[in-house]
Design a protein around this ligand. Sequence first.
Ligand code: GN1
Ligand code: MG
Length: 364
Amino acid sequence: MKPELRAVRFFLAADDIVRIAPFGDGNVNDTYCVTLASGEQRILQRINPAVFPDPMAVIGNMLVVTEHLRRFPPRDPGRETPFRTPLLYPGRSGYAFRDRDGSAWRMMELITGARTCRTITSPGQARETGRMLGLFHSQLRTLDPQSLVDTLPGFHDTNSYLHRYDRVRSEPRRHIPEPDRFCDLAVEKGRDRVNLLTERRDRLSHGIIHGDPKMDNFLFDQSCETIVSLIDLDTVRPGLLLHDLGDALRSCCNRAGEAPDKPGDAGFDPGLYAAWLEGYLSTAGGLLTDEDKKSVVDGAMLITFELGLRFYTDYLAGNRYFKVSYPEQNLRRARTQFHLAESIDRQRDRLAAVFTDLTAAGKK
Ligand code: GN1
Ligand code: MG
């Protein structure tokens, strides 16, 4: 029996299942859309045990956060569309099916009528994304960080990613994959900056973060203007708010997306950046310290560099972490992020001025 069928039978009776089809394109977990005889559709997801050492804990965290967000839904006085947090469905015994390969499976509600907008086309969408992440952060202030398990030790520890890169890069390589000169140089250029946020962490704001607030994880309504949900709670954890801001900005402000035909097309758009920040400040400005405000550009640059480093290391190590459909895919992803990091760096002064203008305007 196929694993997805084994898993789905934990949650549903055989008669209920009409179809199980692959869904979405996450980089580490496997997702399926299950159609029921009633016509209802649900999401079935396998948590990858090669990435998450304790996949059951990932589902446990998701339950905790889902329950909190359903009890205290993020609310924005100016908007009518309610924010929705997908339900988790229980199975025969509990909310997780543990398979023999160590993976854990869960079943969730599919938010009908919602869609992803992989790349931004307007400042309005950027503002909306910033606003939604701000609401998410604010709403999780009342959740005890101790109620969450660290499901991915070392996540966003840029220094440890660099150590791993150094180890992998220095291994004797008799075969492909060939190292890439552009990526090698990008790593050397960024090497001195891996501790940029760690050095100031006492002055930065800590809270429960989403961990993966990229564009794909914001679900919009059909008009692609209003966000209805923020999904993928796999990496929710206590951390620096700037880690989330950095990750959301690198994803939202790059019109080329994570997989452009030419990695050199990646670029950081200052107009989208301004709109995104305006949105975030409107719902969560009070959460940021002065040091956060001074460090937003550094945070965006660092997380972009970090993701480039993670993709490049995985390419060199033989694509063991991020799923690929061809062997150079992680290399191409890495180049894209390194180009983006360069673009942020080139515009550093201009981007810093955007923030100063926005906060000055807010004070008036
Ligand atoms: C991975 O699997 P997915 O697509 O939700 C990764 C994130 C990266 C992202 C880049 C657990 O997320 O950290 O930012 O790819 N998740 C994990 O697309 O490593
Ligand atoms: Mg994710």
